[in-house]
Design a protein around this ligand. Structure first.
Ligand SMILES: Cc1ncc(C[n+]2csc(CCOP(=O)(O)OP(=O)(O)O)c2C)c(N)n1
Ligand SMILES: [Mg+2]
Length: 376
């Protein structure tokens, strides 16, 4: 029998950070300072590492599936694991306004894996199978939709999620943050979390989210994040942004801001924990920018080949091995185990049916009626 190593979390809730992050109680600021002594418990670090590998292996499987002609397009989150995994672990996950809403973009596989999405469901979406729980095989790779965790549908037009997040945050504000609203039974006030890229922040929806999130007396419980990989397809950040940091734009609205090394899962976890706690406590927004890598380029449209960008998993793995929290052979076993799981999942999905022609109008509405024009 093959020996397997599992570092996956035993309980669903992560452990609390052992060290506190210095942070001002409120107000705008330029960047977050993480104490060099701040860290996370060993068990949590190993869980994060495990989930980061699982997510990367899945993305690499998706790329292989695309390159062997079993799917039409790949776009995904390889390189964003140190940001996405902590985000998924810190989300108060569930269905309905009592829980956090996630308005994600097309690089959210690490967050979905941390929430508990099985690898096979990502492959079903990518390979357009009727078994795909997100869209029934009707949308692009990485365009997830999981109502049971308030993961609203990922859209192909970039940045519209920043406008949509205002809506769920308004509902949460009415329920939990205005006078008379009682804290939910869970003890956690819910928030709306939105993620997207640096280039997309040029779109009007981004500005709308800053304006709506910060109206005096009507502030919204929003965690507005930007994953800054310094690219918008093949246009570099430096040629487009007069502002030094995207997060600086929050200052004009009095929004608290943070700039974080999104290639470091410990720094990211601690920063997200601090900012999310602040939002739950005050009902006010945060604009947080994470600097991170894009490991396989923009998408299959640019080749989906490994690029010489910093790999957050390599860095974290070295750190864990150096402090002897994991042995080199155990790291190899983990990569191998997830590789086998992803290969078996792809083989299974290959045997599953694609959607039928007749189902094209399913779940498409005009007003509250099915949109099949032939039946009008
Ligand atoms: C409204 C809209 N405009 C343009 C595009 C084409 N497009 C797709 S991805 C992308 C670049 C996005 O870059 P960024 O926001 O930095 O995200 P990244 O891909 O780097 O994660 C563009 C321009 C689109 N999908 N939607
Ligand atoms: Mg970008």
């Amino acid at each position: 029998m093959r020996k397997t190593t599992s570092l996956a979390p035993k309980s669903k809730r992560p452990l609390k950070a052992s060290s506190k992050v210095p942070a001002k109680a409120a107000g705008a600021r330029q960047s977050i300072t993480i104490s060099t002594k701040a860290t996370l418990p060993k068990e949590l670090q190993l869980s994060i590492y495990d989930l980061m590998i699982k997510s990367r292996v899945l993305e690499e499987r998706l790329i292989k599936v695309y390159k062997t002609g079993d799917a039409y397009f790949w776009i995904g989150g390889a390189g964003e694991e140190a940001f996405g995994v902590p985000l998924g672990l810190l989300t108060h996950k569930g269905h309905g306004p009592e829980y956090d809403y996630l308005h994600l973009h097309y690089r959210a596989t690490p967050t979905m894996i941390a929430l508990g999405m099985p690898m096979i469901d990502s492959l079903r979406l990518m390979m357009n199978r009727v078994t795909d729980p997100s869209t029934g095989g009707r949308n692009f790779c990485n365009h997830y939709c999981f109502p049971q965790w308030n993961v609203v549908p990922v859209t192909s037009p970039i940045e519209v999620q920043y406008g949509m997040a205002i809506g769920t945050a308004v509902a949460q504000r009415r329920r939990w943050y205005t006078a008379g609203g009682k804290t939910p039974a869970s003890g956690k006030k819910s928030i709306s979390i939105v993620s997207g890229g640096d280039a997309g922040s040029a779109e009007g929806d981004f500005a709308s989210s800053l304006i709506w999130a910060s109206r005096p007396g009507f502030e919204l419980p929003m965690l507005i994040t930007v994953q800054n990989n310094k690219w918008g397809i093949s246009t570099s950040y430096d040629t487009q942004h007069g502002e030094k940091n995207v997060a600086d734009r929050g200052k004009a609205f009095g929004i608290r801001t943070a700039i974080v090394n999104g290639n470091d899962p410990i720094e990211t976890y601690l920063a997200l924990q601090t900012e999310i706690d602040y939002i739950r406590k005050t009902g006010k927004p945060v604009l947080a920018e994470f600097h991170l890598s894009r490991i396989y380029g923009h998408s299959s449209a640019t080749g989906a080949n490994r690029e010489p960008d910093v790999c957050p998993i390599e860095l974290f793995e070295k750190k864990l091995v150096d402090q002897k929290w994991i042995k080199p052979h155990e790291t190899k076993e983990l990569w191998k185990r997830y590789d086998e799981e992803s290969r078996e999942a792809a083989e299974q999905v290959r045997k599953e049916p694609v959607p039928t022609r007749e189902s094209i109008w399913d779940n498409i509405y005009v007003g509250s009626e099915n949109a099949d024009w032939r039946k009008f």
